[in-house]
Each structure stands twice: as C-alpha cells, then as structure tokens.
Design a protein around this ligand. Structure first.
Ligand SMILES: [Zn+2]
Length: 195
C-alpha cells in the first residue's frame, strides 16, 4: 500500500517517518521512476530564487517538496540536463549564481558550471542519486506547473521552509536557505561596489 502521505496528499507526518515509510513502499515497487542505471544515477537539481523566495515543486511519485531537477540522460552533459529540466518543470528563464565557468578556447573541452554542492542520497534501498546542486536566479517568466510530474509548484519564503506542514527534508532546507543567502550576498556586493 502507498504511504499515507502519498494517498492523502497531506504531509503532516514527520520527515523521518515519511522517509522510512517511503523506503518500505519503494521496496514493493519495481519501477517508481525512470532510472537510468541500476544502482547509481547522476542527477541535477537547481534552487531558483526570486524576491527572497525559493521555488520548490511537490513531486507526484515521491510525494515530497523538491527543487526543480532530474536525471542526467545518457546523451546529455549536466548543464544540458539542468536547462532542459528547468524548461520542462517550470518554464522560467534563469541565470546560475555561485557557479564558476571559465571560458576556454579549447577544441575538445567544454567548461561546465560548477555546482554549489554535491551529495549522494537514497531513492530506494537499491538506488542512489549523485546530485549536482545548483543555485539560480529567475530572470523572467512565471513558473508553470508540470502537471504530469508535480502536484504543486510554489515560492517558499525563509519562514515557509521550516513550517512543519511542508515536511521538508533537512537537506532541502539547507540547500534552499543557502540559495537565499547566496542571492542576498550577491545583492549586497552589488550595493557595495555601486552597481
Ligand atoms: Zn535514478
């Protein structure tokens, strides 16, 4: 049986309890999402910031609030995967922040933006994701819900991130708060140098 938070759409259970419940559920499912490799996949995620808020989506299959993102397909580099996922999952025009990317004049090397963070986490007892975590600013547009994949899409204030009703995992809160801090820092730097 599906975990209660997936049946009801409510996220009132504690984050830890939901993770355990989800792991048990995942064991009973052959395919819960279209993975690429059997054991470990590469994934990109991006915390998009606008006006002091960060964008998250409520994932249908996982029943959780997560950033925009997804698998790096076999014919993509991480940057291509990132911008494809942004287009598919929210439709915003973004610019990455806190990502270094040198311009190289080299015939075979294409520099890629460095992620702000990297982690590996369990999706099911047998499957893990190495996640390249990016931070971006929304340049234009309003986020559009990707109805096939997500129940909801919304901007989270710093206070929202810690509200129990959303049941955000600790890593999601950490990355989202870091994204807001990076955005604020860049704004302050601009004031300091008078731009
Ligand atoms: Zn996977």
């Amino acid at each position: 049986m599906k975990p209660s938070f997936m049946r009801t759409g409510r996220v009132s259970d504690s984050a830890l309890y939901r993770r355990i419940e989800f792991a048990l559920y995942a064991q009973t499912q052959t395919i819960i999402m279209s993975h690429i490799h059997e054991l470990i996949d590469w994934v990109v995620s991006v915390y998009i910031v606008k006006d002091g808020k960060v964008l998250l989506v409520r994932h249908k299959q996982l029943g959780m609030w997560l950033p925009i993102g997804g698998h790096v397909e076999l014919d993509e580099d991480p940057e291509q995967a990132l911008f494809r996922e942004v287009e598919e999952e929210c439709g915003l025009e973004i610019e990455l922040i806190g990502s270094a990317k040198p311009s190289l004049n080299d015939p075979i090397s294409k520099p890629l933006p460095t992620p702000a963070f990297i982690d590996i986490h369990k999706i099911s007892p047998k499957h893990r994701h190495i996640v390249l975590v990016y931070v971006a600013r929304s340049k234009s547009g309003d986020p559009k819900l990707a109805e096939k994949e997500h129940h909801d899409i919304r901007w989270f204030s710093r206070a929202d991130l810690r509200k129990k009703e959303f049941g955000l995992l600790p890593a999601i809160i950490f990355y989202a708060e870091s994204a807001l801090k990076m955005d604020e820092y860049i704004e302050k730097s601009k004031e300091f140098i008078g731009r």
